[in-house]
Design a protein around this ligand. Structure first.
Ligand SMILES: Nc1ncnc2c1ncn2[C@@H]1O[C@H](COP(=O)(O)OP(=O)(O)OP(=O)(O)O)[C@@H](O)[C@H]1O
Ligand SMILES: [Mg+2]
Length: 490
């Protein structure tokens, strides 16, 4: 065969590997994945600050590795991504340990204990770059080793990253200040609360950040009595079973302030709507409808849980960082249909505060005559112009009647007791600045009143108009001025 062995040069490959787009949060989550795959019941993540460099340690009490396993684990591409993984396994590419660590710092030390015997390895990217070869240290440098401590029990692993150039500016002029360093740590902590909430809830596992337990964050508020749980749906895609279930969170009025704040997550309510994609119970993606729908205020109570098994990875194009996926074409239609229902129920509750207990009865949101506008200015409640009876009526009548009906509805809306509570005080009797839209309404109303003989002269007309809630902010002088200007009155 006409082939020649061509080894990639180490230095450029490293740079590329370091730049595949991890954030500190996704990187730490990827390392915690490994500890969970190793059946740990306790995972301790430590962040230590130092003026010139810090240290990140992930300490677990999992199965540990023997020398061969450790040597393989340190290899870039330690497993074939096409290999079948056992159920619940979070790993896929044989890369995470290295890529996640190198995205934060240049030195990765792994100390592991298997059946009471210690093994160690260390990558130092400064050294790899210098000799442009993948030379792996079989000993962890003393200055790092002393910081790792001993592993309790017979088995366990410590993964340690230092020379934190990307995480905190090691080796650079500008380094992260201590407060910013720990702010970053709390963002990571929040991320872990999200990503592993389901695993922590379902399994007997504790994850700690600098000694503090990571408290699972349930995006679906399942324990709240007003949360609506949709029926669990099973989809079969390429012989893989996908579970889908929608949840509608309670209306804000059913939540205490802390509950409301917590449920809003770190992005806020609007940016937490949408699909929550889990792979083996580990949250992969959330915060939008993945191109199926745009985000909108009224859908913010809808969160749809989608559960994938790891065998469906290639269908969904799970990425190395376990933070990105693509919706397969075959899944789109089904998810769109389920999400549409969830969004509709959300809209219903968002506007009408429907109780979860009777949501079935009031589900037909479009049958409600009033809708909350959701705006701070203008009317608080607007008439539902899409009400089926009203639509039918508009279909049946001629243009002239439709105009009259429209005008009437406008007045009903503007005169609604809920809308006039905060109406502004009528100002002094001088001619006011009035918008063209309001002027139009004044003229339309006046001519209709005259046409219908409700008012027969100027005085009567103005008396009627001044009492209309619709014209609450407009004084008599201005009304008269508008009508005169347009020639409606003499
Ligand atoms: N904390 C740990 N305890 C025991 N074994 C570990 C630990 N971390 C890594 N390993 C071993 O090292 C291997 C390589 O880990 P790495 O994260 O690079 O790849 P992966 O987990 O197999 O796949 P992925 O790239 O999707 O994360 C793992 O498959 C596992 O066998
Ligand atoms: Mg991994």
């Amino acid at each position: 065969m006409n082939v020649v062995l061509t080894q990639p040069s180490a230095a450029p490959v490293i740079q590329a590997l370091r730049s595949i787009g991890y954030t500190a949060s996704t990187a730490i989550a990827d390392l915690v994945d490994n500890s969970l795959d190793a059946e740990s019941s306790i995972v301790n993540v430590y962040f230590e600050y130092g003026e010139s460099d810090g240290l990140i340690k992930i300490v677990d009490n999992g199965t540990g590795m023997n020398e061969d396993m450790l040597q393989t684990a340190m290899n870039i591409g330690s497993k074939d991504p096409r290999a079948k993984r056992s159920p619940n396994e979070l790993g896929r590419f044989g890369m995470g340990l290295k890529t996640a660590s190198f995205s934060m710092g240049k030195r990765l030390s792994v100390l592991t204990k298997k059946d009471g015997v210690y093994f160690e390895r260390c990558w130092d990217l400064d050294y790899v770059s210098e000799c442009n070869e993948w030379q792996l240290f079989t000993r962890i440098p003393d200055e790092v080793r002393v910081k790792l401590g001993e592993i309790e029990g017979q088995n366990g692993t410590v993964v340690c990253i230092d020379k934190l150039d990307r995480f905190m500016g090691y080796g650079r002029k500008r380094k992260l200040k201590e407060t910013s360093f720990f702010n970053k740590v709390s963002r990571i902590n929040k991320h872990l609360e999200f990503v592993f909430h389901s695993i922590i809830e379902k399994n007997d596992v504790g994850i700690f950040v600098n000694g503090n337990k990571v408290v699972p964050w349930d995006p679906f508020l399942r324990h709240h009595q007003n949360t609506i749980e949709g029926e669990m749906q099973l989809l079969k895609l390429n012989d893989h079973r996908i579970k889908v279930q929608y949840f509608i969170l309670p209306h804000a009025s059913h939540l205490t302030e802390p509950e409301y704040k917590k449920a809003g997550g770190y992005k806020g309510w609007r940016d937490h709507q949408g699909l929550y994609i889990y792979r083996e119970n580990r949250l992969l993606h959330f915060g939008d409808w993945m191109g199926l729908f745009p985000k909108d205020a009224s859908s913010q109570l809808a969160r749809v849980r989608v559960d994938l098994p790891n065998e469906a990875d290639s269908d969904w194009q799970v990425d190395i960082k376990k933070s990105g996926i693509n919706l397969p074409e075959e899944a789109k239609k089904r998810l769109e249909a389920i999400s549409a229902i969830a969004r509709k129920v959300s809209r219903d509750i968002f506007y009408f505060r429907t109780q979860s207990t009777n949501h079935g009865r009031r589900m037909a949101g479009s049958l409600n005559t009033w809708e909350q506008s959701g705006r701070d200015d203008g009317p608080q409640f607007i008439l539902n112009r899409n009400h089926p009876i009203l639509s039918e009526l508009f279909n049946k009548i001629d243009n002239e009647s439709a105009k009259l009906l429209n005008l009437y509805l406008k007045f009903v809306q503007l005169g609604s007791p809920s809308n006039i509570i905060d109406s502004p005080k009528v100002p002094e009797e001088t001619v006011q600045e009035i918008s063209d839209a309001d002027k139009g309404l004044v003229l339309q109303f006046a001519s209709t009143m005259l046409e219908l003989n409700v008012a027969s002269d100027e005085e009567q007309l103005l008396n009627i108009m001044i009492t209309q809630p619709a014209f609450d902010g407009i004084n008599r002088v201005t009304l008269k001025f508008i009508l005169k200007e347009a020639g409606v009155i003499g």
